[in-house]
Design a protein around this ligand. Structure first.
Ligand SMILES: NC(=O)c1ccc[n+]([C@@H]2O[C@H](COP(=O)([O-])OP(=O)(O)OC[C@H]3O[C@@H](n4cnc5c(N)ncnc54)[C@H](O)[C@@H]3O)[C@@H](O)[C@H]2O)c1
Length: 485
């Protein structure tokens, strides 16, 4: 496989690619080899101004189109994304290092689902009629205006589409800033949306580090900010948005619990633990990295886990047989290796993995620590890499208290054959996305987002509409109006 056509410039503004080499260069590194595959430039203040002015100017006309018209463009873009799935998946693999085996089924596909879903929904967005005797109130569902989307590096196409699709369906325009680590594929999303008929200025992409994001968030012409990123960045962006009383969606980090009871189907539970820890080399926000396993089945679980992990195909991410790729960057690899050393120093039992692979690229194999206790750093902090912590438990009430004893609240899972217990546990989880006998499913039809420090608002599903539109009420008096004087 060869690197497919790359975007022709760093930014996409007002319906066209645009370059300004005065902006600081940002190298795009292929994580499997460490080679530089592209260079983009951070947006200069002049380009930021151009994007904001263009997106503001385009918004009223876009909002004035019918939902059916807007939706048709989004659905056409979904079709193009699917037609170009191979090309986009290869580019996404170059950008992120995730195996083609994953990108070809989970990235452009998930983006297309969002465009199709919200494209279909655009025509159904209506207000309501409220009768009050003779008088009545009607509501109008109106767009917020100009939305800014800021992305993390683990799912570049998906994040651009999960933010762009509902924003555009509701009649907003968007400026999207991808992560500086993976800047390429959001540009392709913009290109495809315009090929599908999107008017100029409705969806724009600007590159840059945090300071470009901050410039967008603080601009008074921006009405909403949707961030996917870490909790520390979320705190900064939320605080900056609050100064302008802007709407926010915060999709942040997690340290989610996965509870495996002694009556669970062990093979399924092992599958859940693998999907919840090692997909995308562990770089998934909702991962269930605190795996609480009932003492009675702990050794059986670890035996099967070890056997299954030994069949992971670690290697060239472009090879369709490869099921496990490198970390996204040298920096992220170093962060994860530091956590592994902390786990060893805290005397957790290293079951497998635990060191960088001796090959080019940023590879850390699936790593499992057992006998982890709640107070260990590897059980408390988000690692964002392929490191699973296995903790013991015996009592349901005790494990629930421990599962919820965290500042995070993104996701949680339970494996058990006792469905009454499964629903009781799901109800007790302090988390936004829960799974019973499964893990990490994220269909566009289901709301996705966190509680506590993991976030504010929801992406996907009908719930996202609430976060990209606002309701205006109009009171209509049918008779004379009395006043006290
Ligand atoms: N909840 C979710 O849906 C979800 C999904 C994927 C990743 N994440 C989280 O993202 C994190 C990993 O991604 P990351 O390392 O790219 O996160 P990050 O917080 O370092 O960066 C996220 C984005 O914010 C931008 N940014 C940084 N400082 C900013 C500022 N002051 N103002 C505006 N923008 C700023 C960055 O340039 C980047 O585009 C993990 O914590 C992970 O859990 C969450």
């Amino acid at each position: 496989m060869t690197c497919p056509t790359q975007p022709t410039a760093s930014h996409f503004i007002n319906g066209a690619y645009i370059e300004d080499t005065a902006g600081a260069p940002i190298e795009v590194i292929y994580p499997a080899t460490g080679e530089t595959i592209a260079t983009v430039h951070a947006a200069t203040p002049a380009l930021i101004e151009q994007a904001i002015a263009g997106a503001r100017a385009a918004q009223p006309t876009w909002a004035a189109m019918t939902g059916t018209e807007r939706g048709r463009i989004l659905r056409r873009a979904a079709d193009i994304l699917r037609e170009r799935n191979h090309e986009l998946s290869v580019l996404e693999t170059y950008d992120t290092g995730k195996p083609y085996q994953e990108t070809s089924v989970a990235d452009a596909t998930s983006g297309a689902d969002a465009l199709e879903y919200f494209g279909g929904m655009a025509a159904t967005l209506t207000g309501e009629h409220i009768q009050l005797g003779e008088d009545w109130v009607y509501t109008r569902r109106e767009p917020l205006g100009l939305c800014v989307g800021i992305g993390a590096w683990n799912y570049p196409i998906q994040i651009a589409c999960w933010k762009g699709a509902p924003a555009l369906a509701c009649g907003n325009t968007m400026i999207f800033k991808p992560s500086e680590t993976t800047p390429l594929c959001a540009l392709k999303v913009a290109e495809i949306l315009h090929e599908a008929g999107l008017p100029a200025g409705v969806f724009n992409v600007l590159q840059g580090l945090g300071e470009v994001g901050a410039a967008l968030v603080t601009d008074p012409r921006v009405d909403k900010v949707s961030l996917t990123g870490s909790v520390p960045t979320g705190r900064k962006v939320y605080a900056a948005a609050a100064q302008g009383m802007k709407h926010v969606t915060m999709e942040l980090g997690g340290k989610s619990p996965l509870i495996i009871f002694d009556d669970a189907d062990i093979e399924n539970a092992v599958s859940g633990a693998i999907l919840g820890n090692f997909y995308s080399s562990g770089q998934v926000c909702s991962n269930g990295t605190r795996v609480f396993v009932h003492k009675a089945i702990k050794e059986a679980f670890l035996d099967r886990l070890g056997a299954r992990l030994s069949s992971a195909v670690i290697g060239d991410p472009m090879d369709p047989n490869t099921s496990f790729g490198p970390m996204v960057s040298e920096r992220q690899m170093t962060i994860v290796l530091d956590y592994i050393e902390k786990g060893k120093a805290e005397c957790a039992r290293l079951v497998c993995g635990g060191a960088r692979l001796d090959r080019e690229g940023f590879y850390i194999p699936p790593t499992v620590f057992a006998d982890v206790t709640d107070d260990m750093v590897i059980a408390r902090e988000e690692i964002f890499g392929p490191v699973m912590a296995v903790l013991d438990f015996e009592d349901e009430a005790d494990v629930m208290a421990r599962a919820n004893d965290t500042e995070f609240g993104l996701a949680a899972g339970v494996f058990t054959r006792d469905l009454a217990r499964a629903h009781r546990v799901a109800a007790g989880f302090e988390a936004g996305a829960c799974f019973i006998n499964s893990y990490n499913d994220a269909p566009v039809e289901a709301p996705f987002g966190g509680v506590k420090a993991s976030g504010v608002g929801r992406e996907n599903s009908k719930a996202a509409v609430e976060h990209y539109s606002q309701v205006k009420s109009v009171y209509v008096r049918m008779g004379d109006l009395e006043a006290p004087f």
